[in-house]
Design a protein around this ligand. Structure first.
Ligand code: B12
Ligand code: SF4
Length: 496
């Protein structure tokens, strides 16, 4: 049976599907060097793999709107050449303007059906159709099954998980049930991306490698109020399935660098250890980066030891606040003593340890925000990356209501969802702007980019785990937002 999408009573055959990751990396971290941070678009690679399995007759193509930058002219050329019947666009709330730009470009070109997906749909729901008037359809949550069903001609308004324009209005069906057997999903379609193109950019950990992105679980058991949890149920892939994917990427695509992007990889310690054992038994010499996915107070010394044995060189612990009151308020409820202990233990291994913290929570006072810095001061080393972020509010997060209850103006929340890491904080009713600046300056002087000893230590750690000089310079050029030519200049930059 050939593929077709039916909308508003009209059936359109589908032979070619263009999938676009709408992002603007320059807006995100700023562009100071010819390369940017780019991660293979995993959501679209999962989507294409499943849709292709169900509809082998369709040709799929995946592009990022900023790799290379798809100007209006370039986009039109790509559409002319590929002639897609459907254009699927993934984005997040932060990149709404980019989705608008791409949608307008597609509509100016022709009548291809425009389908949105990704966290932006969960965040905006029906409002997305006002913000992006060119949209025909949107898929809420997991896309694999729903998109394949749409391509099989299912009636959108009757299909769970869909929003669509119908008789001039937006119809929304109930949420689709989440996929239970995530082991049964095909591996992401790496053949649809150019791994060397990504290696010329910077990875999630600021090096130039062929990147394997691993999503070994979906969903999170916790309910931190600031977090945008777009998946409801927690589902873990088996260790066998995760290892089979690693093996496939290792042998077929010559990937040696694997980045774990789970919400919580170590929610089940036994499964995690089994994955490490399988890597060790196979004798694979690879590097694992926990760029996400470790809940600090669930992490044990045994976990760290076995992870390092299996090749882990990068650990990221999200602490957020160093006070128990804020931990309760944001419902992260991290055990700060256990966290301090495991961070110190991990820092004693020759690996990168990043500690992310935040400030600017509703009701947070200067002394509470200060205590987060003092907590960091109790650790043996500073975070390798300067990850002290001002809280941003994304539509759909519970903390938005907490802020409104604390007397914040709703417009202020909306504005922050478009802020990037580099935008300066605005201040909150309890943490005025000058106080925020003072905290940020203190952070950078004590732990961050303005502390020469911290920077020296960081560079030594990066060299020890195999970073080339060029990678280190590119990483700090992005972080310092100015081109750094050599390590001498890098040391000097720490003093400015
Ligand atoms: C890896 C990651 C990153 C990486 C890579 C970015 C990327 N390519 O996503 C980096 C470090 C660069 C990053 C940065 C940021 N991120 Co981020 N990131 C993630 C993370 C942890 C995993 C993303 C992922 O690959 N998921 C797995 C895939 C399979 O899921 P998916 O993309 O949602 O795709 C599925 C469905 O959405 C759907 N789908 C997706 N696209 C499409 C398209 C169509 C047509 C259809 C039909 C369906 C469909 O089907 C897919 C398969 O089921 C998520 C959290 C999470 N658990 O998802 C946060 C997340 C996406 N990030 C988020 C944010 C806020 C950011 C930043 C803005 C943070 C900041 N303030 O700077 C930056 C923005 C920069 C950027 N370029 O994205 C938020 C988005 C919130 C929102 N409401 O939009 C999330 C949800 C985290 C959170 N819980 O708050 N991020
Ligand atoms: S912040 Fe982390 S632990 Fe908290 S709900 Fe989000 S993914 Fe889960």
């Amino acid at each position: 049976m050939s593929a077709a999408i039916t909308l508003d009573g009209r059936t359109r055959p589908v032979r070619r599907v263009l999938l676009v990751e709408a992002n603007n990396m320059t807006k995100w971290v700023g562009s100071t060097i010819p390369c940017e941070v780019h991660i293979p678009p995993l959501g679209l690679m999962y989507l294409a793999a499943s849709a292709r399995q169900a509809h082998p007759e369709i040709e799929f193509r995946i592009v990022e709107s900023s790799l290379p930058y798809l100007s209006g002219e370039r986009l039109a050329r790509l559409l002319d050449e590929f002639q897609p019947d459907v254009v699927g666009v993934r984005s997040i709330a932060f990149f709404l303007e980019e989705m608008q730009r791409i949608a307008a470009g597609v509509r100016a070109w022709g009548a291809a059906l425009l389908v949105a997906g990704g966290p932006i749909v969960q965040a905006y729901k029906a409002r997305l159709f006002e913000e992006v008037p060119e949209l025909d359809l949107a898929v809420k949550g997991e896309g694999e099954r729903v998109f394949s069903d749409l391509l099989a001609g299912a009636t959108p308004e009757k299909l769970p998980g869909v929003l669509c324009r119908l008789n001039g209005r937006v119809a929304e069906s109930p949420d689709a049930p989440e996929i239970r057997d995530i082991d049964g999903l095909p591996f992401p379609a790496y053949d649809l991306i150019d791994l060397d193109l990504y290696a010329r950019q910077l990875s999630y950990s600021y090096n130039h490698r062929r990147q394997g992105i691993l999503l070994t679980s979906r969903g999170c058991v916790y309910h931190c109020t600031y977090c945008f949890t777009h998946w409801k149920n927690v589902r873990l892939r088996s260790a066998a399935s995760v290892f089979a994917e690693i093996e496939h990427l290792y042998t077929r695509h010559e990937i040696r660098d694997f980045y774990v992007v789970d919400d919580i990889f170590n929610v089940n310690a036994r499964r995690a250890l089994e994955i490490f054992d399988r890597i060790l038994t196979a004798g694979f010499r690879l590097r694992l980066y926990f760029v996400n996915g470790l809940r600090a107070d669930l992490t044990t010394r045994e976990f760290v030891d076995r992870a390092v044995e299996a090749g882990a060189i990068w650990f990221t612990y999200a602490v957020e606040s160093g006070t128990d009151e804020m931990q309760r308020y944001i419902r992260k409820n991290l055990n700060l003593d256990k966290t301090r202990d495991i961070i110190a233990y991990t820092q004693r291994q020759s690996v990168v340890v990043n500690i992310s913290t935040m400030f600017g929570f509703p009701t947070e006072t200067p002394s509470q925000a200060q205590r987060t810095l003092d907590y960091l001061g109790e650790l043996p080393k500073p975070s390798l990356l300067p990850y002290h972020f001002c809280l941003r509010f994304f539509p759909g997060c519970e903390i938005n209501q907490q802020a409104i209850d604390a007397g914040w103006a709703p417009e202020q929340l909306e504005a922050t969802s478009r802020f990037s890491y580099n935008d300066l904080p605005m201040g909150t009713p309890t943490l005025p702007r000058p106080e925020m600046y003072r905290l940020l300056i203190e952070y950078h002087n004590r732990f961050g980019l303005s502390n020469p000893a911290a920077l020296d230590g960081a560079v030594r750690t990066l060299e020890a785990i195999g970073y080339r000089e060029e990678e280190i310079l590119h990483m700090y050029s992005v972080l310092k937002r100015k081109i750094i030519q050599d390590t001498g200049e890098l040391k000097l930059a720490a003093r400015t």
